[in-house]
Design a protein around this ligand. Structure first.
Ligand code: XIL
Length: 304
């Protein structure tokens, strides 16, 4: 926790608020892990991002087995949102209400009974229920496909219009930003951020990490990784609607990618917690206007 405190002022619970941990059986919730991490975060004076209330395809099996009509889907999701959001109404400042709901062609995913049975109306209701349970929380969409102006960005943009027309609160959209060194810096981020600014929607980098390539020149690879971290931070600092940057894990030792043995080294500290070039580059990017910006450097993770 002391490392976290010195580098970050916000935390996202990586898995503790997901259905599989909180609500793995129909009639009970297990808040043990979330409560404990929430207490640590609040004790350290950190902002907490809530992640996530609806993520198609990741529901526990009981949801798939028992939810067969839209009426049932609405009832199950409403009750989950009311229970979880109400519990943390005073502690969670931002919620990823819906995560990764469109495919790459901008079609609503159908791998969840929630979206398959009820369509987009259920997403709108999810925002409505979250707002009712925590009127002060900032409510976000969140997705991994938003680093260029593409079909998914257009789909989210159209959904935001629908939320606005229905007068349902939506405050921002999270750009996960899981990147790979070989793809280079995401040069279109400023355009994506500007597109949402036009709609008075905040953006936030919510899950930044940059996978190394399999190049033999490790030093060069680390330099390229650092440049990408700096570029993303700079894009956020320079966008008036970008409210923060969260890195998805702060040491290679505990990155979700290392855990799944994906080729890695994606974070800003190595497996011994030693800062990498990316660490200084991220700081540099955050200071690209001046070091007194209101942007927060933030960390995900269940690892203290
Ligand atoms: C990942 C976690 O980091 C892993 O520990 C877990 O096994 C799977 O989920 N996009 C998201 C995050 O929105 O919730 C995912 O987190 C990473 C991709």
């Amino acid at each position: 926790m002391s490392l976290l405190k010195s580098d970050f002022n916000s935390v996202t619970l990586e898995n503790a608020l997901k259905w599989g941990v909180l609500h793995s059986t129909p009639d009970s919730y297990d808040f043990t892990e979330a409560d404990s991490m929430m207490a640590d975060a609040k004790g350290a004076g950190m902002r907490v991002r809530g992640h996530t209330l609806l993520w198609p395809g990741t529901e526990p099996s009981w949801v798939n087995d028992t939810v067969t009509t839209c009426t049932e889907a609405r009832s199950v999701l409403k009750s989950h949102i009311e229970t979880v959001v109400t519990r943390y109404a005073q502690t969670i400042e931002q919620w990823d209400v819906a995560n990764e709901i469109y495919d790459k062609d901008g079609r609503l995913k159908t791998n969840s009974p929630f979206t398959r049975l009820c369509g987009e109306n259920l997403i709108i209701d999810a925002f409505r229920w979250a707002a009712a349970a925590a009127p002060k929380a900032r409510l976000y969409l969140n997705d991994d496909r938003l680093t260029s102006v593409n079909a998914a960005v257009q789909a989210y943009s159209a959904l935001i219009d629908k939320l606005h027309s229905a007068r349902v609160p939506i405050h921002g959209i999270g750009l996960q930003t899981h990147l790979k060194v070989e793809d280079g810096a995401p040069d279109s981020l400023p355009s994506v951020m500007a597109l949402f600014r036009e709609k008075s929607i905040d953006v936030e980098i919510t899950e930044l990490d940059v996978r190394l390539s399999e190049s033999d020149d490790e030093r060069e690879d680390l330099k390229r990784q650092a440049a990408i971290y700096e570029s993303v931070a700079k894009s956020c600092v320079e966008a008036s609607n970008c409210t923060g940057i969260t890195v998805w894990g702060f040491t290679d030792k505990y990155s979700w990618l290392s855990a799944s043995s994906v080729e890695g080294g994606p974070t800003i500290r190595d497996a011994n917690f030693v800062p990498k070039l990316a660490y200084d580059a991220l700081r540099e990017g955050l200071c690209s206007n001046s070091c007194t910006t209101s942007q927060s450097t933030t960390s995900s993770g269940s690892h203290a």
